[in-house]
Design a protein around this ligand. Sequence first.
Ligand code: SF4
Length: 210
Amino acid sequence: MYSVKEIFYTLQGEGINAGRPAVFCRFSGCNLWTGREQDRQNAICSFCDTDFVGTNGSGGGKFATAEKLSQTIADCWPENGGGKKLTVLTGGEPMLQVDAAIIDALHDHDFEIAIETNGTIAVPAAIDWICVSPKAGSDLVQKSGSELKLVYPQTGSNPEQFNQLAFKNLMLQPMDNEHQAANVKAATQYCLEHPHWRLSLQTHKIIGIP
Ligand code: SF4
């Protein structure tokens, strides 16, 4: 059984794949925050901007089998659409639920599979694009992948501590809070001074898509 908050077709907003059409599958639940506002202050991850509680979002629900979930994801892709199909498994923390069955089923539907994870649970090598967004105060288990996307600035998390890990791309993403303008400036300056890091903007928020 898979619990999914929402499933929707959009453009990837962040990271190296920004602008690429993808079906997002947002799994319910996270291991670093309950998702309830009253628990935020004591959560390991306290700056989350995502609603991952329950299964009541658009396209969400409980899926009894990998085939049912993968078929629902496949149905979101435009008919006769060209290009390689991409799905982004996100959350919440998708690795609480992603297993070999859903990976195989999505590959059978000819999807390239990307995952956005906090990196506290090892990701199967069969996932095609691994994006890890580490959170201060949690144990980083997944230390390699396609991109590491660090929300910046983040108390207790310095970009330098990730320089030696085996990620193909290092992305710095300004934290979206009341200091956003200053955060963008700080992240921009950091990338200019440390050119192995690149700036990741949440372009979906800028253009007003989910
Ligand atoms: S790890 Fe990700 S999904 Fe979980 S609370 Fe933090 S930002 Fe939200």
